[in-house]
Design a binder for this molecule. Structure first.
Ligand code: GTP
Ligand code: MG
Ligand code: ZN
Length: 298
């Protein structure tokens, strides 16, 4: 029998098999691997199930997304596997998502060749300058090939649009706590009934309402993975010389730099710095790039 892993709680796995949802344990070999890795079997995995009802094998993964729990941590964690698209859910207000956070996830998505886009949620809270800011960011990201939309969980038109993007695909939602990942999913499919939580007024942050990553089947077709809010997105095993290749706008022109080992930080004849000065590369993207290279140095 074959199935698809919807959730891993540590003691058992929730697996979708033949239109049923079963709670299964791991068989011998995978149990040994569980001692070495935090999660040998991840959400989204296609698995082989024995007649006794144990998970005995993982079918080859089409792709997977890995992160470190924090930037300094050595432990890595497979967030999910077999993903068609990754959506970063971000907000400019209540709470504010930094571009650095968004760019780190985009870099990881590039490194693992997972198509990524951004949903700027809570647009109903934005006015004037804030709305212009959001529109500017959306334009920059879209021009780089990351579909980016300003939406609200409360706007039926927006929700209908997002539904179209998710239909018949496996999509992963990630982002800070409180940006509205679970609310958005409830709006997309009322049968999900996921738990949502208010923003803490004192800290202007979410309260980590979703505690486990879980894949849900969408009534209109497709799967979506809701994940717990994260503070940081640590880059995994990335050399500082490699980061520029995961910025499409830098990758495109870096061969024009005078030195072929140019890191695009302060070298003479750097085509990237020139493009930033001319306004061809967005300043915020470049600053976040420099920050990633510098924080990768230890
Ligand atoms: N104004 C506004 N509030 C929203 C919107 N979407 C969600 N919210 C609110 O944001 C708060 C947090 O929503 P959740 O769905 O729990 O956020 P989450 O991203 O799932 O948070 P974690 O599970 O902690 O990671 C709730 O009070 C929602 O009602 C929106 O489009 N506009
Ligand atoms: Mg949630
Ligand atoms: Zn350069």
């Amino acid at each position: 029998m074959k199935g698809r892993v919807l959730k891993s709680t540590g003691s058992f796995y929730k697996v979708f098999v033949d239109d049923k949802i079963l709670d299964l344990k791991l068989g011998g070999r995978l149990r040994l691997e569980e001692l070495k890795h935090t999660n040998p079997v991840s959400v989204g995995d296609e698995v082989e199930i024995s007649e006794e009802g144990l998970i005995i094998d993982i079918l080859p993964r089409k792709n997977y997304l890995i992160r470190k729990s924090t930037n300094l941590s050595k432990q890595t964690h497979i967030v999910a596997s077999n993903i068609d698209q990754l959506w970063i859910v971000a907000t400019l207000k209540n709470p504010r998502t930094s571009t650095g956070f968004i760019n780190r996830i985009l870099v990881t998505a590039e490194a693992y060749a997972i198509p990524a886009g951004i949903l700027f949620n809570k647009k109903d809270l934005l006015q004037d300058d804030d709305l212009e800011d959001a529109q500017y960011l959306a334009d920059v990201f879209s021009s780089l090939g990351y579909p980016t939309y300003l939406i609200s969980s409360f706007d039926e038109k927006d929700i209908a649009f997002v539904r179209k993007q998710l239909k018949d695909k496996t999509s992963l939602f990630t982002g800070h706590s409180g940006v509205g990942k679970s609310s958005l999913l409830n709006a997309l499919d009322a049968s999900l009934k996921l738990r949502t939580g208010e923003i803490s007024k004192k800290f202007n942050k979410g309260k980590h309402t979703t505690t486990f990553a879980e894949m849900h089947r969408l009534s209109f077709g497709g799967y979506v993975i809701d994940t717990p809010g994260i503070k940081e997105f640590g880059l995994v095993n990335m050399d500082k010389t490699e980061i520029c290749s995961y910025f499409p706008e830098i990758l495109k022109i870096k061969s024009q730099c005078r030195f072929n080992n140019c890191l695009h930080i302060n070298e003479p004849g750097c085509a990237v710095i020139e493009a930033v000065e001319k306004g061809d590369i967005a300043g915020f993207r470049y600053l976040d790039y420099v920050n990633m290279v510098e924080s990768n140095e230890e």
